[in-house]
Design a binder for this molecule. Structure first.
Ligand code: SAH
Length: 234
């Protein structure tokens, strides 16, 4: 066995401040905007010359939040309701050898401002602070396989979840001029039904909280219905 040392080329500035409620794959919530900020050694436009010709890129990253928890041979994919187990290499689970993640995301732009090179991204599924190990252009002619099948994860996860806001939550959102997509962002995050599988099987109202940007959002779930009761600035 060989050991290798990896160096991050940058890190992610993301609205997702904790793991809970992050969608399980990229592009499920297009309003999730982020910045990839390059480290000093890679903070030069030469490194990204030509990248603006691509609409999407692959990010290889470290699951840094959970990396020290190690891995297991078998995991319980949320897609299977948390009941069935699959081999870790048959899943996209975070608890894996080397804790490397990969996401194909939309490249919205390249920014070079005040001496700092950044990529502007959307549709991300990454936690704030995630270290980026590598960046590659997405190549549709090779990466998109139209005859591919994907067993237990064959179709995009579907839910019938509805999302409603209290009057105070609605007013709070309207006042946040710098985040014009905040409402759609919250709606689409909640429509993914971020609850752990064992909670979904429970009856009655359940209460949850999450942080997006610097907003603390509280909501209740009853059946297929989400009710956002309260939002406040942290
Ligand atoms: N698209 C990736 C991620 C799949 S796992 C891949 O296929 O490799 C998706 C989960 O990763 C999300 O629900 C989120 O909770 C978790 N996640 C995102 N960034 C993380 C990080 N830096 N450390 C640990 N977990 C992270």
């Amino acid at each position: 066995m060989s050991d290798y040392q990896l160096t991050a080329v940058g890190h992610i500035e993301s609205p997702y401040k904790q793991k809970f409620a992050i969608p399980r794959q990229p592009r499920l919530v297009p309003q999730a905007k982020a910045k990839l900020v390059f480290c000093a050694d890679f903070n030069r436009e030469e490194f990204v010359r030509g990248l603006d010709e691509f609409s999407h890129i692959w990010l290889l990253f470290r699951f840094h939040e959970t990396a020290d928890k190690g891995y297991s041979a078998m995991v319980r994919p949320p897609r299977l309701g948390g009941n069935d187990r699959k081999g870790v290499f048959a899943t996209r689970a975070t608890f894996r050898p080397n804790a490397i993640g990969m996401s194909a995301v939309k490249l919205e732009g390249i920014e070079y401002r005040n001496g700092q090179l950044s990529l502007l991204l959307s549709g991300i599924d990454l936690l704030d602070g995630t270290p980026i190990l590598d960046i590659k252009p997405y190549l549709p002619y090779s990466d998109a396989m139209h005859d591919a099948s994907a067993g237990f994860a064959d179709v995009r996860p579907q839910t019938q979840m509805s999302v409603e806001f209290s009057e105070t939550a609605e007013q709070f959102i309207t006042a946040q001029n710098q985040y014009p997509e905040l409402k759609d962002f919250i709606v689409n995050v909640l429509k993914q039904d971020p609850r752990p599988a064992y909670k979904k099987q429970k009856d009655g109202e359940q209460s949850y909280g999450m942080t997006l940007y610097n907003f603390n959002i509280r909501w209740q779930v009853n059946g297929e219905h989400n009710y956002v009761s309260h939002i406040e600035k942290l």
